[in-house]
Every structure is written in structure tokens, then in C-alpha cells.
Design a protein around this ligand. Structure first.
Ligand SMILES: Nc1ncnc2c1ncn2[C@@H]1O[C@H](COP(=O)(O)OP(=O)(O)OP(=O)(O)O)[C@@H](O)[C@H]1O
Ligand SMILES: [Mg+2]
Length: 230
């Protein structure tokens, strides 16, 4: 469903991705892994169109989306939760969700309720400004915001990073439920145990190249663990 082929991405003169290839089949959960600074976030940004590809292609459902704008990719069914749970801090929880719905072309009102079913704590915080939420609540809001665009493929960039353990468990459970319901997920995750519990497949980046990929069970191999060790 999502296919990245021979992708090259640079920040100015500094090239960061060197011919990355990756497939995330419909309804699969693919875990994108690798040490700090190898290019995981850069790859997600290029898939979403936040960063341009210098060369290579991104296709979604067989359609070449490499040149499309971010909002066009959202309308086609790609959802994105950036690293560091970015929300609009001055807007309330309700307003954050409303803006997302409009960006995606005003999806049906029921999607907001469905997001609250996944994160019930947010329901009681509707009028609170996002900037006053805890880090974990902001992460849940960021995921909810992506969900109200009704994606078929969700890109999640380290959703458990720096989040308190009880909320990490809630987020893990939410990801499991979304996957079980048939949503395709490309998850950047550095925590191996979490990846083992959730993923169907994994891809490991190192210095801007894919160095290993396979079924999640292979994450138990010593040779794979070495690629992730600091
Ligand atoms: N805006 C930018 N301008 C220039 N270089 C950048 C920029 N953003 C990232 N980089 C560089 O690109 C490389 C890859 O960064 P990226 O954020 O994609 O890595 P990452 O794998 O997501 O790391 P982390 O695990 O720490 O989130 C790094 O060397 C980083 O310093
Ligand atoms: Mg990153």
C-alpha cells in the first residue's frame, strides 16, 4: 500500500537519506528502527511531503504521490503524528481536533467520538488548551488529531518517547487496537520490546540506508540487536 523507492533526501547540502526503499502493506504494522540521527524522522517527513525528495518515489495505493503537498496526502489517507507530540498549544483540545478535521476535508463528526473512545481521558479535557496538557496527554491528542483525518495508513514518530510509563501502556494499547481494526501503521520506535509486541515487520536504518528488514520475530536475533545497540 505504501511504497518508498530509492529515496534520496537532503537538508541543503547535507544528504541524509541515500536510496531508501521500504514497503508497508495495507493493514500491516511496520516498525522503523535505528539509532539516533540515522534518518527515521527525515524518512517520515519525506513520505508525508513535509520535506521534498531529491530523487526517488513514494507511492500510496499504487499512485505516485512524490510531488503532492502534505494536505493532499492527508486527503488520500496518510495520517502523521510528528515526533515530540506537536499540537497547537494555544488552541483547546476541541479546537485542535476541529482544525484537523477541516484540513482533511471536514470528515464526519463521529470520528472525533471514535478518537475519544481510544483515549477517554481526552473527553474531559475538551476545553483545555493543548499547551496545558501533560506530555502524555499531548501525545494522545496528537494521535487523536491524526485519526480524525480518517487515515488508512498512520505514520507515528516515536509516540512513547519521554512519556510516563502508565500513558506509554495506554498508547501501546491504542496502537494495538488500531492495528487490529485494520489500520496500516508505520511506527518509529526505539524500544525493542515494544516493537516485538506490536510489529508484523521491521526495517532498520543506519546512516540513511536500510541495513536490515524482516518479520518482527527476527528482532530477537543477536545480529539485529547489534544494529540497534548504542
Ligand atoms: N532541519 C535539519 N537541518 C539539517 N540537518 C538536519 C535537520 N533535521 C535533521 N537533520 C540531520 O539529519 C540527520 C537525520 O535526522 P533525523 O531527525 O531524521 O534522525 P532520527 O533517526 O529521527 O533521529 P532520532 O532518533 O534522534 O529522532 C541527523 O544527522 C540530523 O542532524
Ligand atoms: Mg526522529
Amino acid at each position: 500500500m505504501l511504497e518508498v523507492r530509492d529515496l534520496h533526501v537532503s537538508y541543503g547540502r547535507a544528504q541524509v537519506l541515500f536510496g531508501v526503499g521500504l514497503e508497508a502493506p495495507a493493514a500491516s504494522l511496520v516498525c522503523l528502527m535505528g539509532r539516533n540521527g540515522v534518518g527515521k524522522t527525515t524518512l517520515l517527513k519525506a513520505v508525508m511531503g513535509v520535506l521534498p525528495a531529491r530523487s526517488g518515489t513514494v507511492t500510496f495505493d499504487g499512485r505516485d504521490i512524490t510531488k503532492l503537498k502534505v494536505h493532499e496526502r492527508v486527503r488520500l489517507g496518510l495520517g502523521y503524528v510528528p515526533q515530540g507530540h506537536e499540537t497547537f498549544p494555544q488552541l483547546t483540545v476541541a479546537e485542535n481536533l476541529q482544525v484537523a478535521r477541516e484540513t482533511a476535508g471536514n470528515r464526519r463528526a463521529g470520528v472525533v467520538d471514535e478518537a475519544f473512545d481510544l483515549f477517554p481521558a481526552l473527553r474531559g479535557l475538551l476545553k483545555r488548551r493543548a499547551g496545558f496538557l501533560s506530555g502524555g496527554q499531548q501525545q494522545q491528542l496528537a494521535i487523536a488529531r491524526a485519526l480524525v483525518t480518517e487515515p488508512r495508513m498512520l505514520l507515528l514518530d516515536e509516540p512513547t518517547e519521554g512519556i510516563q510509563p502508565s500513558i506509554v501502556l495506554e498508547i501501546e494499547e491504542a496502537i494495538r487496537q488500531l492495528h487490529a481494526a485494520g489500520l496500516g501503521i508505520l511506527l518509529v520506535e526505539q524500544y525493542l520490546e515494544l516493537a516485538l509486541r506490536l510489529a508484523d515487520r521491521f526495517v532498520i536504518l543506519d546512516a540513511g540506508e536500510v541495513v536490515r528488514s524482516g518479520p518482527a520475530d527476527d528482532l530477537r536475533d543477536e545480529s539485529v540487536r547489534r544494529l540497534l545497540a548504542v
